[in-house]
Design a protein around this ligand. Structure first.
Ligand SMILES: Cc1cc2nc3c(=O)[nH]c(=O)nc-3n(C[C@H](O)[C@H](O)[C@H](O)COP(=O)(O)OP(=O)(O)OC[C@H]3O[C@@H](n4cnc5c(N)ncnc54)[C@H](O)[C@@H]3O)c2cc1C
Length: 273
């Protein structure tokens, strides 16, 4: 009754577990996937410890339940980032809407590009339609996917718009290498940009009785401008100071808006160097 299963059967069951492992691995790109893959690895190993047919069947059922749970209960984006502190909030917040629209796209949802604006000679802002249910905190980033030389590549970009703006999201990208270069060269208003997120724990500090001091250099202004835009709208009485360093005058991004904000917000100040 408790006879051990023959080796070919054990190998076959192990292969099924490894197939589930590969499927989960493929469906859940991102650093957080490793922990979620552990059960599948454990099931594959247990096959050789508990070699009894009843346990093999139980293991396969458990594996199936685990795969379905990952696919259904955790949206694709969340699978990718559930244990990734930087990206976890991303998936949790966006992916319910995202996963319905594009279940097989690793959590990315297509966002229509509404406008493309140059901030400086190197930094360009991409405004995309905000997907339904996409909530974020100022300072968080989203992921963007673009084809580069026939291969999809993804990068993180801080959301530079404020959460209060409901119709769109903006990212501001400095042209540097493959993905940022492709964004600058290929993305135009009317096109579509796959996005995923938001993610990140670097967020607007909520301590209301503490003055806000933001420090940025170069394209590092992007999460700060989101925080500043949010502060002006949500906490107009909170003193806010932005210390912003750029290489040259013409590299100062959002310059006109910063000047205007400094003028119109009595508690705020800005300095650029
Ligand atoms: C949380 C987070 C938020 C971010 N927010 C923003 C943002 O708001 N705006 C922004 O612009 N970026 C942001 N980034 C950076 C962004 O994710 C990318 O890393 C950046 O755009 C570069 O990606 P790339 O594909 O263009 O460059 P890659 O091709 O990956 O190259 C990376 C760097 O290596 C250099 N390089 C590449 N190939 C060579 C070579 N052969 N020889 C010498 N040098 C080389 C490139 O010039 C570049 O500087 C953020 C990153 C993170 C993690």
């Amino acid at each position: 009754m408790w006879s051990h299963a023959p080796t070919p059967v054990l190998s076959f069951v192990t292969t099924l577990h490894l197939a589930a492992f590969l499927l989960l691995s493929y469906r859940s790109a991102g650093p957080g996937r490793r922990l979620l893959l552990l059960p599948s690895v454990s099931f594959a190993i247990l096959v050789w410890v508990l070699q009894v047919p009843a346990w093999l069947v139980a293991g396969l059922v458990a594996e199936l339940v685990w795969v379905v749970a990952c696919e259904k209960l955790l949206p694709a984006g969340a699978v990718a980032s559930a244990s990734d502190p930087a990206a976890a909030p991303a998936a949790r917040q966006v992916a319910p809407a995202a996963s319905k629209k594009a279940p097989a796209s690793g959590g990315f949802v297509p966002a229509r590009v509404l406008a493309v604006t140059d901030e400086t000679p190197e930094i360009r802002t991409f405004r995309v339609e905000r997907p339904a249910g996409f909530t974020f905190r100022p300072g968080q980033f989203l992921m963007v996917r673009v084809p580069v030389n026939g291969k999809d590549e993804a990068r993180c970009y801080s959301i530079s718009s404020a959460p209060e703006v409901t119709g769109y999201l903006e990212i501001s990208v400095r042209r540097q290498g493959r993905v940022s270069g492709a964004l600058h060269e290929t993305v135009r208003a009317g096109g579509v940009l796959p996005i995923r997120g938001p993610g990140g724990d670097f967020v607007y500090p909520e301590e209301r009785d503490v003055p806000l001091v933001l420090h940025a250099g170069g394209v590092g202004i992007t999460p700060m401008i989101s925080m500043l835009r949010h502060a002006v709208k949500a906490e107009p009485g909170r003193p806010a100071t932005l210390l912003y360093t750029a290489r040259t005058e013409e590299d100062v991004a959002f310059r006109d808006e910063l000047v205007l904000l400094a003028k119109r917000s009595p508690g705020s100040g800005s300095s650029s160097r």
